[in-house]
Design a protein around this ligand. Structure first.
Ligand code: PRX
Length: 644
């Protein structure tokens, strides 16, 4: 069993942790059993610096290709980089097809746990293979071809993974839309992608309630001209109206369809999926990932960072609607031939010890979750995890937002029982894979994502791109392309170039601020732009503002992120009302409901403040920085551009 142990004279108070003085190092068992030894890690770091292409080429050799590449990296059309040029592959061949030719054929690929505790299903690789084939044949029968788009609006169900893989098998591009998004958000994404099909479910279970998804799809469908069919999975079984001829039941379509389907031989740069994420404008960005480089990146990072072994049961407690679910619930673990757990429901249902109960129920070895979830669970006290054995856990992980040392240590002590190292993985929808992260053999500092993964050239720089000295804050950038990077923004290559590669010329701008310490450890401090991180979900302040001004009473709105002890960050909104409207509790409530309807429940609004004016530049841009400084009681900095 791998273990990690505290070293270097720990100070016992939380205040001391904020001084970042604790260092935790792995126990010998971790080191002995790790997929990558300390020496190999060191060598990989050196090779990754010296010869990143060589490093990634070795990683690519571990996967199956229909035809190998002529060139590892093509930089001729930078920043539209291409990886494994000339190669032919399909991610589904690696995630599913190849396993059924091995001893993994009858191994459990996915364990699905429904929110109702008695509902669970297990799918072997062979069963998964056949269902993916069937679903791909269903898509074919509906006329879908390579390059077409399918939107998947579903919670964590087996059918969600099957739908994603079924699309990819044919070279159809999927776009998964988080099932908590509103009808408006779904419509916007479906229309931007020009999807021909939506795959959804009748409903989903969330915190003991049934949420009707089909109704939301109906509302979106009022204006989705490209959609020819909606495939509906029967999950909750409540009565729904299927009279519209475009709506088809999943189970009807799957019946009698052949379970054999040829996997499409694709160019390694063929698009795999579009995943929309918030930016600094109201319009979400369609991040585009491709088959070849993406599979190489997620396979290597998962195998090395989470030390995934044949015998492991691995649980990433994210939602498939986010990139974490794409890379590390579905594609990554399956490519590794692992057993991946998919949980449908709420972490506190029916009781706040649900997660610990699931871990013991299946004997989970690796748990990957978000700081928000950890902080939420901390509130119920350490007795809850302590009441469960959790003895199978070997490794822990976090993602989505900076983890405060207090939560890190709580997780380490009460969940990992001081034997499981915590992998704090920094990455983004755009990066596709872990970028700054420890390996199990690394020295850990609570609150630091440690160092860039081998082959990743990350740096902290100033506005001109000059590296800043240790201890100073700056912009987090990546100086060399990596295989699972986004290739472009769907339908907007100019924005891709401008937003990521021209802010600081020649390097990839992450949008985060960070600092590096004397040991070269990275400490992520949050976003540098007008994007909030609410419970690990990116929400643009511009999106919230445009939802507010869409309400008849609102003349102007300005949104800022403010710190929250559990969610990390929540929104505060300043609102100027139109003539004829007066501030009131009723209006406050109505605005909240309106925004929830427009954007979905992920946008958590702490408060709405009705104001008469907003700080603006002379050119009329709202200075959110000034609002934020006032809110936090700090110096607003340079005010010379302020109009009033
Ligand atoms: O600000 C960083 C934060 O989440 C952003 C990426 O969000 P998204 O594309 O939705 O992907 C989330 C899951 C990969 C980053 O720009 N972030 C993510 N992981 C961490 C983090 N901040 C600090 N520490 C992390 N481990």
């Amino acid at each position: 069993m791998a273990r990690a142990k505290r070293k270097v004279e720990p100070k016992e108070t939380t205040e001391a942790l904020l001084g970042e003085e604790r260092v935790f190092r792995p126990l010998p068992e971790v080191v002995i059993e790790a997929n990558v030894s300390p020496k190999e890690y060191q060598e990989a770091m050196e090779k990754g610096l010296r010869d990143p292409e060589g490093f990634w080429e070795e990683a690519a050799e571990e996967l199956d290709w229909f035809k190998k590449w002529d060139k590892v990296l093509d930089e001729s059309d930078a920043p539209f980089y291409k990886w494994f040029v000339g190669a032919k592959c399909n991610i589904v061949y690696n995630a599913v097809d190849r396993h059924i030719k091995t001893h993994r054929k009858n191994k459990v690929a996915i364990i699905w746990q429904g929110e109702p505790p008695e509902q669970k299903k297990k799918l072997t690789y062979y069963e998964l293979y056949r269902r993916v084939n069937k679903f791909a044949n269903v898509l074919k029968s509906l006329g879908l071809k390579k390059g077409d788009r399918v939107a998947i609006y579903m919670p964590n169900l087996l059918e969600t993974a099957i739908a994603m893989l079924g699309c990819a098998k044919l070279g159809v591009i999927h776009t998964v839309v988080y099932a908590g998004f509103s009808a408006m958000a779904l419509r916007e994404r479906v229309n931007d992608a020009k999807a021909k099909v939506i795959v959804t479910a009748d409903g989903l279970y969330r915190n003991g309630k049934i949420i009707n998804l089909k109704e939301t799809v109906d509302e979106a469908m009022i204006e989705c001209p490209t959609v020819e069919h909606v495939i509906v999975v029967q999950r909750t079984g409540q009565p729904i109206d299927m009279s519209d001829g475009r709506y088809l039941w999943w189970h009807d379509l799957m019946e009698g369809v052949s379970d054999e389907c040829e996997t499409e031989v694709l160019d390694s740069e063929h698009p795999l999926y579009i995943l929309y994420t918030s930016g600094t404008t109201g319009k979400p960005k369609g991040i585009l990932h491709v088959h070849g480089g993406y599979m190489v990146g997620i396979h290597r990072t998962l195998k090395w960072v989470f030390d995934l072994k044949e015998t492991d049961i691995y649980w990433c407690a994210a939602d498939v609607g986010w990139v974490t679910g794409h890379s590390y619930i579905v594609y990554g673990p399956l490519i590794c031939g692992g057993t991946t757990v998919m949980y449908e429901g709420h972490p506190l249902y029916p009781k706040p010890d649900r997660m610990w109960q699931i871990i013991d129920k299946f004997g989970i070895n690796i748990l990957y979750t978000a700081p928000t979830t950890i902080r939420m669970l901390m509130r119920f006290g350490a007795e809850l995890p302590r009441r469960h054995s959790l003895k199978t856990l070997r490794l822990l992980g976090t993602v989505g937002e900076p983890i405060n040392p207090e939560a890190w240590v709580w997780y380490y002590e009460n969940v990992g029982r001081e034997r499981c190292p915590i992998m704090d993985t920094w990455w983004q929808t755009e990066t596709g894979m872990f970028m700054i992260t420890p390996l199990p053999v690394a020295l850990l500092k609570p609150g630091s994502a440690t160092k860039p993964f081998p082959g990743i050239h990350a740096d902290v720089v100033d506005k001109e791109g000059k590296p800043v000295p240790a201890g100073k804050g700056g912009f987090l950038v990546v100086k060399h392309p990596w295989p699972s990077m986004l290739r472009t923004l769907w339908g907007d290559p100019e924005r891709y170039k401008k937003q990521y590669w021209e802010v600081i010329p020649g390097v990839y701008t992450t949008g985060d601020v960070a600092r590096r310490d004397e040991d070269g450890y990275f400490w992520i401090q949050g976003r540098a732009d007008d994007v909030m991180n609410i419970a690990g979900h990116r929400v643009g302040t511009a999106e919230v503002e445009s939802a507010f001004v869409a309400h008849k009473a609102v003349a102007e709105a300005a949104c800022i992120g403010v710190p929250d002890p559990v969610k990390g960050e929540v929104a505060k909104v300043f609102v100027i009302l139109k003539k004829g409207y007066e501030p009131s509790d009723a209006l406050d409530k109505e605005l909240r409901q309106h925004v929830r309807h427009e954007l979905g429940p992920i946008v958590i609004i702490k408060s709405i403040e009705f104001v008469d004016s907003l700080p603006k530049t002379r050119s009329g841009k709202i200075m959110r920085r000034v609002l934020k400084a006032r809110e936090m009681g700090i110096d607003p900095g340079d005010l010379t551009t302020l109009a009033d």
